[in-house]
Write a protein that binds this ligand. Structure first.
Ligand code: PHE
Length: 473
């Protein structure tokens, strides 16, 4: 079969028999969730970035890379499981959707633009399906390196320069368990060419930097969580790890709501990566973490698929410059919108006491729905309903929107998700006022049948007439 061309954001790739990337995955590429304003992944990214103010950020690196970038440059063995078509999305034999932000390590080291850098990006993995795994997710990678030649030129010892930098990292006071030695000959070896003093200093800089970041995040999460015990002190621990591109390597775990949670992988950058990237005089450390996992616990987001939601009920809950508040779940079941329009009964004059003619209509605050495209009139939150034509002074109570709400609750209970004013109209001749309300019927547990929504809405219409004396249109 002839090779097929795949065009992605204007770039052309020749697909071959390695191609295993479905169009649903390719459609996710342009989303760039970590760059969307007020998206929880963006807020999480910026929160982490704020702890590394001098690090250069790279947040728009293209997601399609070569197997050389994703695997070879990092020292992945040829038979590494990560290279298999079962684990990785290929376009052709030498082109993949990056499986981790580390795919950009070598290129970023080669640019040699800054001592520290952070890379945030969408990454792609064929993986199990559950509430915390999705084939597209987002990682942040960070690295910090030091220049041996510069130390020499300054007549200093590199390990001493690194230790001086350790003192510049903000202090924290949480409990850290770190039972293992910095390196271990069999389990977690020191690299040839690194002195024990250098490795110790880099490990200290890595650990204090990442502890500072994790303390910031988890204290923010704690402030937001209803479930965390406020006085339970934060605990973290370092455990030995293995990555093909770092040695020694460690993972950082956080004790969170009763479990040890793995937050990030890290280690001393394999010297061959730096050597091949034309910066053989530099040594340093790197880490990588999953942004979804951190955002999920920051905001108590229960399902990773929610990050992909375009639903305002999800997106409108996150604001960059506001304190973190837990996500409030909403129904997954379909909405059923029904409108009701009516003429208001001409009310008594403004002489009537409390409500008078000045009863405002308040659209329900903050409620937004996916499908109600008609915004309430801009002025509706403050616009009183003035008295219409002079009416008999008899006690016709003024219309109040809350009475509509109460009737909707009586009719539908929790099956009514929201009720909002979608239209207001004053008859030019009679001066009578007409209102249209849109009622969104939706269950948290099931899809409502047409019959039951119709039945509820008919009862609502009847009660509006009986109780409020309106005239249905
Ligand atoms: N790339 C690793 C992962 O995806 C994380 C990592 C990055 C580990 C940098 C060490 C250094 O799991």
């Amino acid at each position: 079969t002839p090779a097929k061309e795949v065009i992605i954001e204007g770039r052309t790739y020749q697909a071959d028999e390695w191609m295993n990337t479905p169009s649903a995955i390719l459609e996710a590429l342009p989303r760039r969730l970590h760059l969307q304003p007020d998206h929880p992944l963006t807020i999480t990214r910026k929160l982490i970035e704020s702890r590394f103010p001098d690090y250069k950020t790279h947040n728009d690196l293209f997601p399609i890379v070569t197997t050389a970038q994703n695997f070879d440059s990092l020292g992945f063995p040829l038979d590494h499981i990560g290279r298999s078509r079962a684990d990785t999305y290929y376009l052709n034999q030498s082109t993949v959707l990056r499986t981790h932000t580390s795919a950009h390590q070598a290129d970023t080291f080669r640019k040699n633009e800054s001592e520290g850098y952070l890379i945030s990006a969408d990454v792609y993995r064929r993986d199990a399906i559950d509430r915390s795994h999705y084939p597209v997710f987002h990682q942040m990678e960070g690295a910090r390196t030091w220049d041996r030649q510069q130390a020499e030129r300054e007549g200093k010892i590199l390990a001493q320069i690194i230790w001086d930098d350790v003192t510049k990292i903000p202090k924290h006071d949480i409990a850290v368990e770190d039972p293992n030695p910095t390196f271990h000959a069999e389990r977690n070896p020191l690299q040839a060419g690194h002195s024990p003093e250098e490795a110790d200093a880099m490990a200290a800089h890595l650990k204090r930097s990442l502890e500072d970041m994790v303390v910031t995040i988890f204290n923010a999460a704690k402030g937001a969580s209803d479930t965390a015990t406020p006085d339970e002190p934060l605990k973290v621990r370092w455990v030995e790890a293995y990555f093909p591109f770092t040695s020694p390597s460690w993972e950082l775990e956080v004790f969170w709501q009763g479990d040890w949670l793995e937050v990030l992988g890290s280690g001393i950058v394999s010297q061959p990566i730096l050597n091949h990237a034309s910066v053989p005089n530099r040594i340093g450390w790197a880490f990588g973490l999953g942004l979804e996992r951190i955002a999920m616990l920051l905001y108590s987001i229960p399902d990773i698929r929610l990050f992909w939601s375009k639903d305002k009920r999800f997106l409108s809950q996150f604001h960059e410059h506001e304190p973190i508040r837990p996500f409030v779940p909403f129904s997954k079941y379909p909405a059923c919108f029904k409108d009701v329009s009516f003429w208001l009964r001409t009310s008594s004059s403004s002489s009537s006491s409390a409500a008078g003619g000045a009863t405002p209509i308040h659209p329900p605050a903050q409620q937004q729905t996916q499908s109600s495209s008609i915004p309430p009139p801009a002025s509706s939150s403050t616009m009183p309903i003035p008295p219409a034509a002079a009416a008999p002074a008899a006690a016709t109570p003024a219309f109040h929107e809350n009475d509509v709400m109460e009737i909707a609750r009586e009719v539908g209970g929790d099956l009514v998700e929201d009720v909002r004013l979608t239209d207001e109209f004053v008859h030019p001749k009679t001066g009578r006022r007409s209102l249209c309300y849109r009622v969104n019927y939706r269950s948290l547990e099931r899809t409502l049948t047409n019959e039951e929504t119709n039945e509820m809405h008919d009862r609502l219409r009847g009660l509006l007439v009986d109780r409020l004396g309106v005239q249905l249109r």
